[in-house]
Design a protein around this ligand. Structure first.
Ligand SMILES: CC(C)(COP(=O)(O)OP(=O)(O)OC[C@H]1O[C@@H](n2cnc3c(N)ncnc32)[C@H](O)[C@@H]1OP(=O)(O)O)[C@@H](O)C(=O)NCCC(=O)NCCS
Length: 163
């Protein structure tokens, strides 16, 4: 597949590494494009300062094209945030970020991973289901702007092959 303008093609090498403070301008730019109630830079900083959190970024051609933040308390993990730059979506980057963060959570002792996602977010639900997450229930009115229920999803890391 030929290179996309400003984007990432299926053949572009994508590198995943830990997020640092110097990534936050690019991270918050993607965050603001991706969510109606985006995290502030302070929210990302607080995750970077949290020893139980794992925050990763995806890079292609030297540009930051996506990120994921997750945390683990005792043996229970939570995916807190995930986004891919709009022009780089549907090329496997979200899947790569989620699989990498799940492997990291498993390494630090997580056994189950939970997440919430808007009921209308079929892209994210499709991604999580393709990895093995299953729907556990709904949290009514969990989101605002617009008000919407959350689907709660869970993955048993002990029974999942992360590939
Ligand atoms: C959700 C998101 C991170 C997915 O990232 P991505 O890089 O486009 O996802 P991938 O290319 O890795 O897709 C993996 C699988 O997820 C599913 N998927 C992804 N986007 C989809 C879409 N628009 N419609 C339906 N299924 C989709 C498919 O099963 C896909 O596999 P396939 O391409 O082989 O069919 C991206 O759409 C995004 O940043 N959205 C805005 C922020 C957001 O909603 N974050 C999640 C909050 S819980």
């Amino acid at each position: 597949m030929p290179e996309q303008r400003d984007g990432v093609s299926a053949v572009t090498k994508v590198l995943i590494r830990d997020m640092t403070v110097s990534d936050l301008a690019e991270v918050t730019a993607i965050e603001n494009e991706s969510f109606s109630t985006p995290w502030s830079e302070a929210s990302f900083l607080s995750e970077l300062d949290n020893p139980g959190s794992v925050c990763l970024v995806a890079l292609a051609n030297g540009s930051l094209i996506g990120y994921v933040c997750a945390s683990c308390i005792f043996d229970e993990g939570h995916i807190l945030n995930l986004a891919v730059r709009p022009d780089c979506r549907r090329r496997g980057v979200g899947r790569m970020l989620v699989l990498t963060v799940l492997r990291r959570l498993r390494e630090i002792g997580c056994k189950k991973v939970f997440l919430e996602v808007r009921t209308s977010n079929t892209a994210a639900i499709g991604l999580y289901e393709s990895i093995g997450f299953r729907m556990l229930g709904l949290r009514r009115g969990y989101y605002h702007f617009p008000k919407e229920d959350a689907v709660v999803m869970v993955l048993n890391l002990q029974q999942t092959t992360l590939s």
